[in-house]
Design a protein around this ligand. Sequence first.
Ligand code: SAJ
Length: 475
Amino acid sequence: MSKLEKLLKERGPIKKIGVLGMGYVGIPAAVLFADAPCFDKVLGFQRDSKSSGYKIDMLNRGESPLKGEEPGLEELIEKVVKAGKFECTPDFSRISELDAVTLAIQTPFANPRDLIPDFSALIEGIRNAGKYLRPGMLVVLESTITPGTTAGMAKQILEEESGLKAGEDFALAHAPERVMVGRLLKNIREHDRIVGGINEASTKRAVELYSPVLTVGKVIPMSATAAEVTKTAENTFRDLQIAAINQLALYCEAMGINVYDVRTGVDSLKGEGITRAILWPGAGVGGHCLTKDTYHLERGVKIGEGQLDYPEGADSIYVLARKVNDFMPAHMYNLTVAALERLGKNMKGSKVAMLGWAFIKDSDDARNTPSEPYRDLCLKAGASVMVHDPYVVNYPGVEISDNLEEVVKGADAVIVLAGHSAYSDVTADWMKKVSGKKNPVIVDGRNVVEPDEFIGKGFVYKGIGRGDKNSHEII
Ligand code: SAJ
């Protein structure tokens, strides 16, 4: 039996757990641990900072500091707080009382341009865990991180701070979160959970931690680095699939055909192993997952010890996919310019009404929204731009209105950038009347309008992938 197995045996089953980072990953994770009968106590650690300190009292009152609808979460927080099984504290020294700590601290990009992740908050969390680490404890990183981080940087910091040896004196693992806003509890309970330790004993201990909270899902054990690659790759593959249909949409426009006919055709190929994962073309890919996880994966290959055999200097298919998806807002701009040109107008002096600032349909989340680069291009070309969104209230430097009439009023061009349900009910009649133009332009980036209805009312129509309509007769 290894030294670590002996230590874990002496310590016995996991009873007391800590979760560092009371965000949309940490809070549901903590209360689900607290709700499991086999665990006695969960501490939620939250820095008493200006921006987030308020969460401590809120959580200890049994309230959720998370915005938006999260079915069952508030009730569960109240239940475990009342039962004395969960409390939130800024006192990180209490980590020493615990059997296991998980870190659910975000790893955003300092700025999307240079694609270097900002690990500072996570590193502070790892230092805190290391400072109060005791032999036989388990440390698990849940944040999305560059492959190699758990067995590399995290292991180093924990050993420096604690004087203990990872894999011998304490267990260390990565268990990436797969939560999606709006269904946080459901995801943790029902999705399979990837759990990867830096050695066998670490993996086993981490499996013991996560099994009790899974209702439908099962634990899938592997190495820590394999777990990091799984998480980044699952989002990289989704980004790649979206890029594949975006590229096809551009081809269909060039060939004068309807990408949705082709999509239906390809999608009809059904059956074991031959089905195609064909997704939806659109005005671009935003959000905090797909826009960064590819670059985590790419960095992981770079910092890995092994030698990569791949054509020197060539973009990986994954980076190319990112470039295709990041081209889509520019394509929306090019469609706008082409449509205005058909009317002898140019961007300079035109009024552009942007419909949708959120990065995803029927959401207020605008992180890395494709609407931003589109708006920048229009402003640079001298257009005046108004932005509508029914959910996003504010965004630094951008005025956003929830009054559709006010935004569309007098517009030369109306551009659909997010597929909000509200936009599907807008009629060509109404839009034409409000725009006050004989031939308004409509550019549909999310396939929400019916081309013939708008063309029939005198609109100049452009749609992503609609090569069959984009050169229509102007009525
Ligand atoms: N998008 C397309 N075409 C598509 C699908 C999405 O253009 O066919 C665009 C969306 O408009 C959006 C972006 O891609 O701008 C991202 O959309 P998303 O549905 O992937 O939403 P995310 O970014 O919230 O992705 C999350 C991820 N979940 C986690 O990281 C835990 C992702 O792995 C999930 O697959 C996704 O949610 C989901 O399925 O809801």
